[in-house]
Ligand binder design. Sequence first.
Ligand code: GLU
Length: 542
Amino acid sequence: MNYKLLAERLLPGEYPALETFEEKYPPRNLPPKAEVTRLAPSPTGFIHLGNLFAAIANERIAHRSGGVLYLRIEDTDLKRKVDGAVEAVIKALDYFDIRFDEGAEIGGDETYAPWYQRQRAEIYRAYVKHLIEEGRAYPCFCTEEQLSALRETQTEKKEITGYYGKYARCRDLSEAEIYENLDAGKPFVIRLRSLGNPENKIKFRDAVKGEITVTENDQDVVILKSDGIPTYHFAHAIDDHFMRTTIVIRGEEWLASLPIHLELFDALGFQRPRYGHNCSLMKQDGETRRKLSKRKDPELSLEFYRKAGYFPRAVKVYMFTLLNSNFEEWYLKNPEAELNEFPYKVEKMGKSGALFDLDKLNDISKNELSRLSAEEMAHFLKAWAEEFGTEAEKGYFADEEKLLKVLALCMGIGGKKRRKDFTTASQAMKFMEYFFTRTPREDEYRVDEETKNAILHDFLATYSYGDDAQAWFAKVKELAGAHGFATDMKDYKANPQNYKGSVADVAEILRIATTGKANTPDLWTIMQILGEKEIRERIENA
Ligand code: GLU
């Protein structure tokens, strides 16, 4: 068969000589150990925790080594393309402080541009043409119907599905048959002529999983689709080579395609990058563990974290905990350190499923938020509220002095111990609501209506806004005694039958009347923040 003529017929016209690509995209001028990593999402508009997981790993590996992290958009599948998806990726990752050095919609060193695969068609086609000339790729005219019939037969026979070996019908078409099909105008794809044998097992050093054994590829995978656009497999091999990627950290769902990728790199005559397959994020679901699912688990989407107002550092701390086995210990020793100071190591990445637990993240979030100053917290909440808050919540920032007082109280700043009441921005805003507006009562009074009314009435009779905390509490005690409640907790515990309750119960009545809740931070301070007029009105209403 004259492969050169065939290649010309299939991909007519002049293509640049392959060396010109090597010259155009030369090895990067970086220090010897610098790593070049990338994120290569498809523009589907859905960015998930797995993307963040891989992004953090790739970002750390690149930047700790003085290398480059770039963003490449794998848009070969137009059906999956969504407008604004690239900006959404950049924004979603920016929230977690992941910054690209170059890439789609980012710019940077133009040497390795463009970063959209659809704009790189010439390189792919030049290489496809070359593979056809070498007899390593061939046209396939099988129709969708033929391929699905093939899949059915293979499934029935419990054989591996795909286009390989005896099932690769178009692999051995004669020259005459090929030209006949072409003359008839039949659409075709280009497939790799695999030279692999599935009996052969290859030892492979995965950067994350260590030494693994994979089966040699024998699938004649499609490399160029009928619309002249390459498949992911082919495009990524070309791009990782010419963008001079040194290590690829990607999800372990790609492990199954690894043999294809190894063969493609060899067929193209490229040196392979290192590959590391990151473990999947799992969720405990009753007795079983399963992968986080787009359909069932809202927490899979990164949007979930921004909307709920998770503190980015908290999410990152948790991701690091899942990513690197020695992170937790390091963080305990270095709680004040910048996360980027952590000596991130590929070798310490988890080899098998990481269990993602929202409760654990919430605990970490509480801790992280409790370490902020009131000003830092206000800043974080404001940014969240501007994007996601209600009009009322946006209003909390009008009186900054008041807000800082509320935050200081709710966070226990200046107290013996920091409070850990805040988990996320949305929850914190809700938590503080009663400071800014009168909220419906959430908790029930634990005394009868008459007692409650009498206590509230008598409280107002002696309430003076100028009283300090001690004077205020002395009055509450007096009030308790006058209404048959124990003023002293010890007395109450010794003889509860002698009392209606204790001074704590009286305070609770006042608390519910003022805030609607039985549990709040220090009530005297709350009253100080709310002001005399507001307190009187709330208690009267109650
Ligand atoms: N485009 C692939 C994806 O959507 C990228 C896989 C890789 O990182 O090589 O996940």
